[in-house]
Design a protein around this ligand. Structure first.
Ligand SMILES: *Cc1c(COP(=O)(O)O)cnc(C)c1O
Length: 361
């Protein structure tokens, strides 16, 4: 073969299916509930800080993201050396696999879970080991521990789990960690951390402080509402964080992104009020769905999961006709982000009219 060929694993990378933008319907406001974005605009002051930073676009960003590292270290009360910032926490997942997996090494995760996992793992030439969720859409942590082999380098625990919603408890995570060999890295993906309201929640920072093999990944994309700017960070023991920084894209996090993240951290209290409002909406949506007879899994993120099987595409179409765009997973179900109250009302309207079960044959 004479033309340049990518490595064989590149052809195996599954596509990332982004949430669709809403269909434009004359005379009707449409809502995008397909990407777990925050419906609120940036907090007061954040846009102004970013506008001031825009004037420096002829300069490279601070490669060390010094001010952002300092702000995070203060906020979390961790050493700067235990942090690694990146272009979203998706960037961190790529870096984790790149830094810790040789070709053929295994990465264990639950499935269905975050669709970037198999992409990042396959791109690095590592192997995915997908452990089915329990019937109530929670992680099967015992089966995940049992799936660890000599080739396992990383286990990804997505809590709350995207797209199904449940979160693991602290007791469950502790029992799981006790079964994991110390040389296997356990990544706790806390993208939706701020939305969790449950008994015995995971305390990520306490867990990382007591384990040499635990990494937390977090993001400014969801609760902080900065999805368009691509900033995430890992908290990890110093040697792990150093490996992540070593493989990071130089100058990846832009000046405006660093500025927006710092300005948002400074307004954390206001931000958490908005998160509380979204959680209240989530409760209203989940209660409303259950009243209408829908058996949705526990929702600890800013989204709700509908297990619909073959009816998924019909559900997405019916949603679209009501002016809400959801994220269908063909043949499995649909994930719907908790959005503006009007958007959530339309979801409840859809849930009242769409049949809960397939018609008998
Ligand atoms: C959205 C999401 C992320 C992070 O996204 P970034 O925008 O890349 O920070 C990470 N993990 C899960 C499970 C997510 O849903």
């Amino acid at each position: 073969m004479s033309s340049p060929q990518p490595r064989a694993n590149i052809a195996d990378i599954p596509p990332y299916v982004p949430g669709k933008p809403p269909t434009v319907r004359p005379g009707m406001t449409s809502y995008k509930l397909s990407s777990n974005e925050n419906p609120y605009p940036p907090l007061p002051g954040v846009i102004e800080a970013v506008q001031a930073a825009v004037g420096q676009m002829n300069r490279y960003p601070d490669m060390g993201s010094t001010a952002l590292y300092d702000a995070l270290a203060r906020e979390l009360d961790v050493p700067v050396g235990d942090l690694s910032v990146a272009t979203g926490s998706v960037g961190l997942i790529y870096q984790l696999v790149q830094a810790f997996c040789d070709p053929g090494d295994e990465v264990v995760f639950a499935w269905r879970s975050f669709e970037a996992y198999p992409i990042a793992v396959t791109a690095a030439g590592a192997r995915t080991v997908q452990v089915p969720l329990l019937p109530d859409a929670r992680h099967d942590l015992d089966a995940m521990a049992a799936a660890i082999t000599d080739r396992t380098r990383i286990v990804l625990v997505c809590t709350p789990n995207n797209p199904t919603g449940p979160a693991v408890t602290r007791a469950e995570l502790d029992a799981f960690l006790a079964q994991v060999p110390p040389h296997v890295l356990v990544v706790v993906d806390e993208a939706y951390l701020e939305f969790v309201r449950m008994a015995d929640p995971v305390d990520g920072l306490a867990t990382y402080r007591t384990h040499e093999n635990v990494v937390l990944t977090r993001t400014f994309s969801k609760a902080y509402g900065l999805a368009g700017f691509r900033v995430g960070y890992a908290v990890a023991p110093a040697p792990v964080a150093a490996a992540l920084r070593a493989v990071s894209l130089p100058f990846g996090v832009s000046t405006v992104a660093q500025t927006a993240a710092i300005a948002s951290l400074e307004r954390r209290a206001e931000l958490l009020e908005r998160v509380d409002a979204l959680v209240a909406e989530r409760t209203r949506v989940v209660d409303g769905l259950r009243e209408r007879g829908w058996d949705v899994p526990e929702a600890q993120g800013n989204f709700v999961w509908f297990e619909l099987g073959e009816r998924t595409a019909d559900f997405a179409l019916a949603a679209d006709e009501l002016g809400i765009v959801v994220r269908p997973f063909a043949g499995e179900g649909a994930r719907v982000t908790v959005g503006e109250p009007e958007a959530n009302n339309r979801l409840l309207q859809l849930a009242a009219s769409f049949p809960r079960r397939a018609a008998p044959l």
